[in-house]
Design a protein. Structure first.
Length: 483
């Protein structure tokens, strides 16, 4: 073989090797790709949307856990199914009508509509409308029907633990008849005199709904306030166990903890509100999974907030309760569970061109079994970008690092902070997951999409968000400036 041929052969081999390497260590992800040297698994891609041009990629088709980036899939599927202005309705129904004295001779049934943002304020409006309908007494029971879904199998550790005890609000269990995001709320205020127990009341009622074990002591001015709260279940009843201290000059504090049974929480809360409105219920309150009779008529109803507002809260605050409630609503058949909810989102994704495989066990991303790729996540973003009727509502759910509600994303240069809209995802168990996906606008005003999924292993170190966002900001800034 001549020297010229050997030279050409070496050049060809080198070029082939370069082509094989570039998808893993693309030049414009030069800074981010250094995490590969620490043993992290990465799927990343950035592309322009007006010409479908890939600017950078690191194993873009590798399937990894997206954590809360799963919520982007939920948001897109929900907008596709219902549209931005859809509202969920909660009703009070009965097979009887109130008589001339306002007495309802039969059960009053709350038909849980699956509203993920139903609050005590909404229940007060519902009770007021029942009062306006002439009801003054119920000679029967208050039944809370969760026939659409609930109680839902917990699947994740924190939610399963919350059936007995919890120190968290984010681990709320799920029911189509849930209220206040599945959380109990108590208000802790200082007593007038140091040494006395703090004053603890229910946030939503003048009378006690939740059992309270108060161990918070009032201390002198400026002594500091430290309150520990755990919700436990004792003898079939939820109890808020509080300990710590509060200064006499401290502001009252609201404490939120997930309930053990959201439908039961609804029943107790609504029963207390009916009582305070002067509507007596002789038979107490209970829950049911039965569908209200077709002969039942609506006595009062309240519509929730528009879907676009629900998604703004779901995405900005990465609210797991709201995300999974919305996903469960996507299931057509009664008795929905999280896996069938994930399957409903998967069915939507199947219609997105060039997306590829996806596995979703939940809409929230709390389930570590969820899998997608950077290329798939970008295909989702691209599909929404090309739907003018839905894109404004979808992109509004993402955060700008410059002014987003999550302070940890406020990193990088002004270019990154002001030209990017994103959704993040975080898991720490069973392995570290840091995921981020969203849109960017280039210096010339062109739209781009980027998705970065980083998964650790049992042997990789802890990964902080600064270790992800700082190099990503450097790489994206280069793309933004160059295009």
């Amino acid at each position: 073989m001549s020297p010229v041929m050997r030279c050409c052969l070496r050049s060809t081999v080198a070029l082939l090797l370069l082509c094989l390497i570039l998808p893993v260590h693309a030049s414009d992800f030069e800074t981010l790709s250094r995490l590969l040297d620490k043993g992290f698994r990465i799927s990343a891609e950035a592309r322009l949307l007006d010409e479908d041009r890939v600017l950078a990629a690191i194993e873009p088709q590798r399937l990894l856990s997206p954590a809360s980036v799963s919520k982007s899939y939920l948001a897109a599927a929900a907008l596709d199914r219902w549209g931005p202005q859809h509202r969920f309705t909660t009703r009070l129904v009965s097979t009887r009508e109130p008589d001339s004295h306002g007495v309802l001779q039969g059960d009053l049934i709350l038909d849980g509509g699956g509203d993920p943002a139903l609050t005590s304020e909404d229940l007060w409006r519902l009770v007021q409308r029942l009062y306006q309908a002439g009801v003054r007494r119920v000679n029967g029971r208050l039944l809370v029907s969760q026939w659409r879904f609930g109680p839902v199998e917990c699947l994740t550790y924190d939610r399963c633990e919350a059936r007995e005890r919890t120190r968290h609000a984010y681990s709320a269990l799920l029911s189509s008849a849930g209220v206040n995001y599945g959380n109990w709320c108590v208000n802790v205020a200082p007593a007038d005199t140091p040494g006395e127990p703090a004053i603890v009341t229910d946030c939503d009622s003048q009378v006690a709904i939740l059992a309270i074990d108060n161990g918070v002591v009032t201390r002198p001015d400026n002594s500091g306030t430290e309150i520990s709260a755990v919700r436990i279940t004792r003898d079939g009843r939820d109890v808020m166990r509080l300990s710590g201290q509060i200064s006499t000059n401290a502001h009252p504090r609201d404490i939120y903890r997930a309930s053990a049974d959201p439908a039961d929480q609804m029943a107790l809360t609504l029963l207390a509100m009916l009582d305070q409105a002067g509507i007596a219920v002789s038979g107490g309150a209970d829950t049911t999974q039965q569908v209200p009779s077709s002969e039942a008529t609506t006595l009062a109803a309240v519509d929730g907030k528009p879907l676009q507002e629900l998604l703004l809260r779901t995405m900005n605050y990465s609210n797991n309760y709201m995300a999974d409630m919305l996903a469960l609503n996507l299931v057509e058949a009664p008795r929905a569970d999280l896996r069938s909810a994930g399957a409903a989102i998967e069915a939507f994704v199947a219609g997105i061109p060039e997306h590829g495989p996806v596995t979703l066990f939940s809409g929230s991303g709390l389930t570590p079994e969820n899998r997608t790729s950077a290329r798939g996540a970008n295909a989702l973003l691209d599909s929404l970008y090309h739907r003018p009727s839905l894109f404004p509502s979808f992109v509004a759910t993402l955060q700008s690092p410059d002014n987003g509600v999550m302070r940890f994303i406020r990193r990088g240069s002004d270019t990154f902070q002001r030209h990017v809209m994103l959704k993040t995802g975080t898991l720490n168990q069973p392995v570290t997951v840091r995921a981020v996906s969203g849109y960017f606008r280039t210096a010339r005003g062109r739209w781009g999409a980027f998705s970065v999924l980083i998964n650790g292993t049992d042997s990789t170190p802890y990964l902080s968000w600064s270790e992800v966002l700082d190099p990503l900001a450097v790489d994206l800034e280069r793309m933004i400036d160059n295009h």
